[in-house]
Design a protein around this ligand. Structure first.
Ligand code: PSU
Ligand code: MN
Length: 305
C-alpha cells in the first residue's frame, strides 16, 4: 500500500492518467547542488523548459512526511532557501524522514523511487552520483548507481562530474546491467565538458529512438534504469584545465577536512562552484535546462510508442 504515503500533484496525476508526457525532476540539486537564490530560479526555469516542449514537470521531494510528486512554487522556494541545511534523502533515508513527518530533498536515487511509485518513467537532472575517486579505499559509491540497477526510470543527465572516477562508474554500471546511452555523441560527457574520453555503450540520435529503446527494455521485463547522457551545448562548455584544477583542490580539501559519507558530494559541488566562480554555475544551469528539454521530448515520444 504505497498510496497512503504518496501525494501526486493533480496536474501530474491527470497527465499520467491521460497518458500524456511527464518529466520527473529532483530536489537535492536545488537544496544541495546550487546556491540560493540561483537554485530556486533554476528549478523554476527547468520546470518551464519541460513545459515549453509540451510535457508536465514533476519536481519531487518529501514534504512534511509526504512523498510529494509535483511541488508547488512555495515548496521549491522553501527547499532552496534551506539549502544544505535541508535533509538529503537517498533510498535508505526515505522511511525515516516519512515516519518522522520530516521534509527533505531527494537525490537521484530517491527521486527515481518516488517517480516510479507515481508512474513516471523519464527524469531529468544535471549529473548523477557515481564511484568516487579513491573508492578502492573509501568504498564511496553513490546509491544512485544501485538504484539505476533496479528502478525503471530513465535519467537524462550531462554525464557525471569528474569529482568522480568516471572509468570506475562505467564499470559499476556495466556490472549492474545499466545501459549508458550517448545522445548524439559517442563519448560520455563529463558534465562541464562534452567529452570525458570514455565511450558510451550506445549512441542514439533522436528522442524517438531513445523512447523506442526504453520501451523495448521494459517490455522485455528487463528491470532497471538507463542513463541518457546529453552533452552540454558547445557555447556553455568549460575549459578542461580550469575545471580540473578546481576539482583537484576541492578533493584535497575534502580529504584534509575528513569529509565523508553523504556530506562528500555537496561539499565538493559547493567548493568547485566557489573555486571556478560564476562560470561553472552558469554552465551547470544551462546543462540542466538542456537536459530538461531533451527529457520532455523523450517523454513525448515515449507515450506514443
Ligand atoms: N552531481 C551533481 N549535482 C548534484 C548531485 C550530483 O553534479 O546535485 C546530487 C544528486 O542529487 C545526486 C547526489 O543524486 O548528489 C549524489 O549524492 P551521493 O554522491 O552522496 O550519492
Ligand atoms: Mn557517497
Amino acid at each position: 500500500m504505497l498510496k497512503p504515503y504518496l501525494d501526486t500533484h493533480p496536474e501530474v496525476a491527470e497527465a499520467l492518467t491521460d497518458n500524456r508526457p511527464v518529466v520527473a525532476l529532483e530536489s537535492t540539486i536545488i537544496a544541495h547542488g546550487m546556491p540560493y537564490p540561483r537554485n530556486v530560479e533554476t528549478a523554476l526555469r527547468v520546470e518551464e523548459a519541460v513545459r515549453s516542449q509540451g510535457a508536465i514537470p514533476a519536481t519531487i521531494a518529501i514534504i512534511e512526511g509526504r512523498l510529494t510528486v509535483g511541488l508547488e512554487r512555495e515548496q521549491i522556494e522553501a527547499l532552496g532557501r534551506e539549502g544544505r541545511e535541508a535533509a538529503k534523502v537517498s533510498r535508505r533515508d526515505i522511511p525515516f524522514i516519512v515516519a518522522a513527518g520530516g521534509t527533505g530533498a531527494t537525490t537521484v536515487a530517491a527521486t527515481m523511487i518516488l517517480a516510479a511509485m507515481a508512474g513516471i518513467r523519464i527524469f531529468a537532472t544535471g549529473g548523477i552520483g557515481g564511484v568516487h575517486r579513491g573508492a578502492t579505499q573509501t568504498f564511496d559509491i553513490s546509491a544512485d548507481l544501485q538504484e539505476l540497477a533496479q528502478t525503471d526510470v530513465a535519467v537524462v543527465c550531462a554525464g557525471a562530474k569528474s569529482i568522480l572516477d568516471l572509468g570506475l562508474t562505467l564499470e559499476y554500471l556495466e556490472t549492474q546491467g545499466v545501459p549508458v546511452v550517448g545522445y548524439r555523441t559517442d563519448s560520455l560527457p563529463a558534465f562541464y565538458t562534452r567529452d570525458s574520453g570514455f565511450a558510451v555503450d550506445y549512441r542514439l540520435d533522436s528522442p524517438e529512438t531513445v523512447a523506442q529503446a526504453l520501451r523495448t527494455k521494459w517490455d522485455l521485463g528487463l528491470r532497471g534504469g538507463v542513463v541518457i547522457a546529453n552533452p552540454i551545448s558547445e557555447p556553455y562548455a568549460m575549459a578542461t584545465e580550469a575545471i580540473d584544477a578546481a576539482i583537484e583542490q576541492a578533493l584535497q580539501e575534502a580529504d584534509a577536512q575528513g569529509i565523508h559519507g553523504k556530506a562528500t558530494t555537496p561539499f565538493l559541488l559547493a567548493r568547485v562552484a566557489e573555486l571556478t566562480g560564476g562560470d561553472s554555475l552558469e554552465s551547470n544551469i544551462q546543462l540542466v535546462l538542456n537536459n530538461a528539454r531533451l527529457a520532455a521530448q523523450i517523454a513525448k515520444a515515449f507515450v506514443q510508442c
